[in-house]
Ligand binder design. Structure first.
Ligand SMILES: Cc1cc2nc3c(=O)[nH]c(=O)nc-3n(C[C@H](O)[C@H](O)[C@H](O)COP(=O)(O)OP(=O)(O)OC[C@H]3O[C@@H](n4cnc5c(N)ncnc54)[C@H](O)[C@@H]3O)c2cc1C
Length: 466
């Protein structure tokens, strides 16, 4: 089947308003936020914009009968090429299928269509004093469908976990167009151990098993109070040691962030008025909950962190909290500005390692940066060992591109060597696929068997994940 026939057929099935076929429109879908697609973008044959589950089913039935590859897409903020049809075929853009179907506050849950934007969902839940805790940095752009497909999380995952903890049930259009519900067809429970857990299988499946068309999410009570602590360290090793001290003091902050020396320098260069203290590492702690417990936990953090830190400051004053947090909130932007001719590339950007190996990992990344002569800025969610690495290069220089690709390969290998993972947040897609066997061994064969059983024609987001 060729692109022209597929376009004609899709127009006949869905009508002109729901199908894009112009090259200029298709170009928008030729990349996501990954370095991979920045280097090598790929237009799909056609894009469909479904407005209902029935639309998705009609497209999948057609694709299945004619064995055409299908790539689901939310907002395209993924960093791994996951939502790009790298080998052609149809892209199903779910971002306009974006209704909040029901906020069932009495049962602490919400039902949404996949295209709902994360920040908009939390805005709607705020009225009910509820929230959906996973908090990706892309909150203002990414869709709930994309978050479920990537099992997204953020800096508060240390306390609240990833998206998977909140998904109670899914409506899924299978590769052959059949419709299934996971978590019980009629269920509105928060607890359910009946049947094989297909919900869990689908969360993080990155579009290789089916299209998520509805999501039932557990909501959480919105915390009333917040506090922020900043601790300054002259020794890198004291930072993860302090995180452990805090856990051992019985405290679970809602965020524990690290800026190493490279990030501190980047922030001070980008916005000198922030004036972060020159140090080997800065830790930022966020505590949330009810006001007395926040005050208590903050004081414990201040005392415990003070044992190793050069200085610690704790505040619940909103203005001071914003000042303490400002360095962290501009880190990603600051990282991109460390070179006037530089661009931050999103590659090797979210490895995760055990807490006990964070300091060694950061030191090893600095050495690799020196070896490949690439400027790198390091920060991350230290509470769960999620290291964000930002290489900054001149992307018009082919030698730098070559060197950064080698650097990123070594960072991925380093993560596995450190008993970690090539990705703690952003997923595998096409970018980390080459490391699947190294990371999972024989389990990959069984992942493939599950994929083959569900997607017997191999049309769902091919060549991604494994
Ligand atoms: C500035 C920035 C900051 C970020 N910060 C974070 C962060 O803190 N934490 C984090 O986890 N990620 C982060 N990301 C990565 C990304 O935003 C998340 O993975 C997000 O969940 C992707 O959502 P999306 O709607 O853009 O999905 P897309 O990028 O469109 O798709 C992602 C994957 O999901 C599949 N998919 C999408 N919708 C569906 C569906 N309905 N059914 C089946 N499969 C589907 C796609 O095929 C693809 O494989 C960040 C990205 C950027 C650009």
């Amino acid at each position: 089947m060729n692109a022209a026939t597929v376009r004609k057929d899709l127009l006949a099935i869905l009508g002109q308003e729901k199908v894009l076929t112009e090259e200029l429109d298709l170009m928008y879908y030729s990349y996501d936020s990954s370095f991979l697609t920045q280097l090598k973008s790929a237009n799909p044959w056609a894009v469909v914009l479904p407005a209902s589950t029935e639309d998705v089913q009609a497209v999948m039935k057609y694709a299945y009968e004619n064995q055409i590859d299908v790539t689901p897409r939310g907002a395209g903020t993924g960093e791994t090429g996951g939502s790009v049809a790298l080998d052609g075929g149809i892209v199903i853009d779910l971002s306009n299928f974006n209704e909040i179907v029901e906020i069932d506050a009495r049962n602490m849950q919400v039902i949404v269509r996949p295209g709902v934007i994360h920040a908009e969902l939390n805005h709607a839940l705020a009225e009910y004093k509820l929230f959906f805790p996973p908090d990706p940095g892309s909150s203002l752009m990414c869709t709930i469908g994309g978050m479920v497909a990537n099992n997204a999380s953020g800096l508060r995952a240390v306390k609240y976990g990833c998206t998977e903890q909140y998904v109670l049930g899914l409506e899924i259009v299978m590769p052959n167009g059949e419709l299934i519900y996971t978590g019980g067809i009629k269920a509105r429970t928060l607890k359910n151990v009946s049947g094989l857990n297909l919900t869990k299988l689908m969360v993080g499946s990155e579009g290789v098993l089916g299209i998520i068309t509805q999501i039932r999410l557990r909501c959480w009570p919105r915390p009333e109070a917040r506090g922020i602590a900043m601790a300054i360290f002259d020794s890198l090793d004291d930072a993860p040691a302090t995180v452990l001290d805090i856990y051992q003091a019985g405290i679970m902050p809602s965020g524990m962030e690290i800026l190493d020396k490279t990030a501190i320098d980047a922030v001070n260069m980008y916005k000198p008025e922030i004036n972060l203290p020159v140090a080997e590492a800065i830790l930022l702690f966020e505590v949330d909950g009810n006001p007395p417990s926040v005050e208590y936990e903050g004081r414990v953090i201040e005392e415990v962190a003070g044992r190793r830190a050069r200085a610690v400051e704790w505040s619940t004053d909103p203005e001071r909290m914003a000042e303490l947090w400002e360095g962290r909130s501009v880190t990603a932007t600051a990282a991109a500005r460390v070179r006037s001719d530089g661009t931050r590339v999103f590659a090797g950007e979210d490895i995760s390692v055990p807490l006990a190996r964070v300091a060694d990992t950061l030191r090893a990344i600095r050495k690799l940066a020196e070896k490949y002569e690439i400027q790198v800025v390091n920060y991350g969610h230290i509470g769960d060992g999620n290291v964000h690495t930002a290489p900054v290069i001149n992307i018009d220089d082919p030698q730098e591109v070559e060197r950064v690709n080698q650097l990123v390969n070594e960072i991925h290998l380093l993560a596995i060597e450190m008993n970690g993972s090539t990705t703690g947040e952003h997923g595998v897609g096409a970018v980390r696929r080459p490391y699947a066997e190294l990371e999972h061994g024989l389990a990959v064969k069984y992942m493939q068997k599950v994929k083959n059983a569900i997607d017997d024609k191999g049309i769902m987001n091919p060549n991604k994940l494994f």
